[in-house]
Design a binder for this molecule. Structure first.
Ligand SMILES: [Zn+2]
Length: 532
């Protein structure tokens, strides 16, 4: 058999085996997030192990690796790309079976802890929404501090689990010839560690001066509001300072009070000519005890019509408006992937391209034009807010970029040496340098472990940053070349997104998709320009 015919046969047999298992894992993940029960956790671990077994045959992997090495000789770009995608899926799951299973178990365990853990404030257990409210609205210094500390209390519970996960991930990486998990993970994400490091360093220096100025303004306001000399983390409104504190004169929540966020989400996507009704119907959108407190979008299986769902804990405020638009951005991408593509390519081009859409959509919740025309905020109400909204948009991006750089740099160091004893200090060194947030005197706690991504979505955060860069490029391209006006009011923009991005699935390397969809190679230029 020619290698062409051989690989095609292998791929179609593999699809038959993989499709039901892949679907079962996703279903189990959904049930775990929705219920957080012991049974759901066990089911997820079981499904995950079965999924890993798909890639466990050493001979098969060697065959796939050979095809990958010789892919230039394969006929047709789709077959070449399938060989690449298949190789990456296999390579990502190679390793000692015991280690792989242990990682699955520990990740499921950590997930359950993040889902079920409740911090204690004033002798009472509180959820993340409540902590966020306290940090936003309370003027009681002690209560704020308690709430901030409560938001970090999960760190101590999972610290050892996260360290153990890092060791095990590194073990797999070294077996495969990489220096550590950070390098292996980037390679398997088709990211070049060197150029990514350069890009992040460029972003750090490009944002340094504007961020310093912004942080000084933020601190001045917080000092005044709380009557303190020195601004501490609990004077900022977000537990990790991922977002800037809201301007007291700008109450963005009032735009959404009593509004139907589901309806606004539908309306937003309707205007782009993108149908999310099926997704909405399968979604789980409101708070419930035992349910994961986070939000995500999930594509269950790859058969058409696609089964795409969103899990959220919606309240009628700006945070959840942003989150709904964000998650449904992932959802439209998944939903509009060309079903005629081969199974392996019926997925997003890359995490950073789907994040780009989600970020571009989420940020509409603070955009005057969208607020006016889609959310129906009266003109006279918006008028006084325009300047503050523009400042906030800029502040959001600056603050998030600096925060993302903390996670990016921390993980690089963590995987370089998970045994180091000064991880707590390292975290705060980065927080001080990059976010310019004061370390509470004497604070010695694994605050890094309180961030769920470090435990269960490792070496992932750069995708958010790249998502922002791609979103800036994409929006600029569409509004210059496709709509000549705000993209969110145009079905032509929706069609363009389907044709140039969603429909293409994973049929090419993500850099090529970015180049084709935005007319230029990935760079920080558009994003940084918009900040100055
Ligand atoms: Zn996202």
């Amino acid at each position: 058999m020619s290698s062409h015919a051989e690989i095609e046969t292998f791929i179609s047999r593999f699809e038959e085996r993989a499709a039901p298992v892949e679907k079962a894992v996703r279903e189990a993940w959904w049930r775990l997030a929705a219920a957080g029960t012991v049974e759901a956790k066990e089911e997820f671990v079981r499904a995950g192990m079965e999924y890993n077994r798909l890639f466990a045959d050493r001979d098969e992997f060697e065959k796939v690796a050979r095809w990958y090495e010789g892919r230039e000789a394969l006929e047709g770009p789709l077959l070449r790309r399938q060989a690449e995608v298949l190789y990456l899926s296999f390579a990502g799951r190679q390793g000692d079976e015991g280690t792989l299973e242990r990682i699955e178990e520990l990740e499921a365990e950590a997930n359950a802890v993040y889902g079920n853990h409740r911090g204690v404030v004033g002798g009472r257990e509180v959820g993340e929404n409540e902590i966020r409210d306290l940090l936003r609205f309370s003027d009681d210094e002690d209560l704020r501090r308690e709430a901030w500390e409560a938001s970090k209390s999960v760190g101590g519970v999972v610290e050892e689990t996260v360290r153990e996960l890092s060791r095990l991930r590194n073990r797999l990486a070294r077996e495969a010839g990489y220096p550590d998990h950070y390098h292996r993970s980037l390679d398997l994400q088709e990211m070049d560690a060197g150029s990514l490091g350069d890009l992040m360093a460029d972003l750090e220096s490009a944002t340094e001066a504007p961020f310093r100025k912004l942080k000084e303004d933020i601190d001045a306001k917080q000092r005044e509001r709380f009557g303190v000399d020195s601004v501490m983390p609990w004077h900022l409104y977000d537990p990790f300072f991922q977002e800037p504190p809201e301007d007291d004169d700008l109450d963005v929540d009032r735009y959404f009070q009593g509004k139907d966020l589901e309806g606004l989400t539908l309306e937003t996507y309707d205007r782009l000519g993108l149908d999310v009704r099926g997704v909405m119907a399968r979604s789980d959108l409101y708070e419930r005890k035992g349910k994961s407190q986070h939000a995500f979008c999930l594509a269950v299986g790859r058969e058409y019509p696609y089964d795409v769902r969103v899990l959220a804990n919606v309240r009628s405020d700006a945070y959840w408006m942003d989150t709904m638009l964000h998650e449904f951005g992932h959802a439209v991408y998944d939903r509009y992937i060309n079903p005629k593509l081969p199974y392996q390519l019926r997925t997003v081009a890359h995490t950073c391209t789907t994040e780009a859409i989600a970020l571009m959509m989420g940020s509409l919740s603070e955009e005057p034009g969208w607020l006016r025309r889609v959310a129906g905020v009266p003109e006279e109400e918006l008028e006084g807010d325009l300047e503050a909204l523009a400042a906030r948009r800029r502040a959001d991006r600056l603050v998030f970029t600096r925060w993302a750089l903390v996670v990016f740099n921390f993980e690089r160091e963590l995987y370089a040496d998970p045994e180091r004893e000064d991880l707590n200090e390292l975290w705060w060194d980065l927080v001080e340098r990059l976010q310019m947030v004061n370390r509470p005197p004497g604070r010695v706690a694994p605050d890094w472990a309180a961030k769920i991504h470090v435990a269960v979505a490792p070496v992932y955060y750069h995708n958010y940053v790249l998502g922002h860069l791609i979103a800036a490029q994409l929006r600029n391209y569409i509004e210059t070349n496709v709509t000549r006006g705000p993209f969110y009011e145009s079905e032509a923009a929706g069609r363009y997104l389907v044709e140039a991005l969603f429909g293409a699935g994973a049929r090419e390397d993500w850099r090529d998709t970015v180049l084709r969809a935005t007319g230029e190679p990935l760079s920080a230029d558009q994003f940084v320009d918009a900040l100055s």
